[in-house]
Structure formats: C-alpha cells, structure tokens
Design a protein around this ligand. Sequence first.
Ligand SMILES: *[C@@H]1O[C@H](CO)[C@@H](O)[C@H](O)[C@H]1NC(C)=O
Length: 112
Amino acid sequence: MELYKLMTVVILASLLTCCHTKRNFHIECLDTEDCADTHCCLLGGFRYSIPRCAQLGDVGAICRPSGEPFNTTVSYPDGEGDVNLRNVYWLYCSCQDGLYCDRQSHTCQKEK
Ligand SMILES: *[C@@H]1O[C@H](CO)[C@@H](O)[C@H](O)[C@H]1NC(C)=O
C-alpha cells in the first residue's frame, strides 16, 4: 500500500515538473543542420515533444527502416505560435555513415 502511495506521489511530481518546465522551453534544433555532424534533429513520440539533437545510430542501435527526414510544423501549449521544423527525424535518427537500417531487426548494421 505504501509503495502505491509513493508511486502516486512520484508520478504526480513528474507530471507537474513536466508541465511546469514547458514554460520558457528551449528548442535545441529546428533542422538536422543545427546539430553536430554525427547527430540528427529528433522529434519524440509524445505530444508536445521538443526536438533535440541526438546521436546517429551506431551498430546495433534501434532505427526505423523507413525513417526519412521530414518537414513539419509543431506548436506547444505555452509556445508563441507555430514552430517550423525541417529535416527532422521521428523517434530515431538514421544510422551513422556506412551503416544501414536492417529491415528485419530494425537496427543499424554495417553495409556489406
Ligand atoms: C523540406 O523543405 C525544404 C525547403 O524548405 C525542401 O528543400 C525539402 O525538400 C523539404 N523536405 C521534405 C522531405 O519535404
């Protein structure tokens, strides 16, 4: 019982932190070009996910075989209007140079 109460408190606390920090949020990238060479601009799977730079997939990293970069427009509850994103990836970056995304395992593998 105590554990459940504790979990409830933790969950509530994280929800509050989540939504509070959305004020004055910082957008790390609007385009994959804004990130370092070995990174891509990545959009997460949650509503109001904020794009961030993430590393390109190394061997064995999860990837999406059809994960092409795309252009999109997002908006945030506390943001000022729409944010135009270009050349961003969804959920996972593409694989590093010389690697490809294997359709069976959905992981980055060395090109043969
Ligand atoms: C995204 O927009 C740029 C120009 O704003 C265009 O060159 C590019 O082809 C677009 N990419 C996609 C995937 O539509």
